[in-house]
Write a protein that binds this ligand. Sequence first.
Ligand SMILES: O=C(O)c1cc(=O)[nH]c(=O)n1[C@@H]1O[C@H](COP(=O)(O)O)[C@@H](O)[C@H]1O
Length: 274
Amino acid sequence: MNKQTLFENIKKKQSFLCVGLDTDIKKIPEHLLKEEDPMFAFNKAIIDATAPYCIAYKPNLAFYESMGVKGWISFEKTIQYLNENYPDQFIIADAKRGDIGNTSAMYARTFFEEINLDAVTVAPYMGEDSVTPFLTYEGKWVILLALTSNKGSHDFQLTTDTEGERLFEKVLRKSQEWGNDQNMMYVVGATQGRMFEDIRKIVPNHFLLVPGIGAQGGSLEEVCKYGMNKECGLIVNSSRAIIYADKTENFATVAGQEAQKVQQQMAEQLKAIL
Ligand SMILES: O=C(O)c1cc(=O)[nH]c(=O)n1[C@@H]1O[C@H](COP(=O)(O)O)[C@@H](O)[C@H]1O
């Protein structure tokens, strides 16, 4: 999916919500455990209920890989279900990969050839040759970790070099030599507040993937105030606050209602640019 189509979908849906499919077998409603594939059954119900209110889904690979082969099958079935039934959804593999060039090429093959995803999250730490193999696919996206939502972002990302440049700023600046706003996005945590101002000085036109509203307490208003650009430029993720809002047989309906609440807040914010 290209950037223009993504923005068209945002305008159409009045939403820039990404529902995070962090499907934990220990947290899904008990009645699903008797299904042949409980993780897929959960995802399917969540997707059907939330799809009108979001423009993207982000399955986090850790949740699937922790279940071994079974989890990988649930992951593949979920992607296939999305591709067949909701082709306008932007699908992100939250995998946080990156390795020496030939290994990164294998990761890219996994997510862009073997399984048909739009984007994959990539850690920039190993540098150019670890990122560029993901960028050789037309219409696919690399989402580079820049300034993450967690406490540990202070350990490296927010530290400053001798010239006063912070590490996340170096990531934003340097990576523009490898890709552009048509094939690269950046992860910026919703918990980072006013830092979005500094980020927009370096990458005014790129889309940002923003996790951290909901369970991690980040503010959607603040993200929009400092991070939104004229093409929205934001895909804001919420996982636990939506998918585990209810643990009863009614879970999917409640997840849909939670997604709709976020969508309504987003529609308000979009008035500033539309
Ligand atoms: O890459 C990510 O998506 C990510 C980066 C980041 O800085 N912080 C962050 O929370 N995430 C992911 O975003 C999701 C957040 O989930 P909730 O806190 O439940 O909404 C999880 O899948 C995290 O792994």
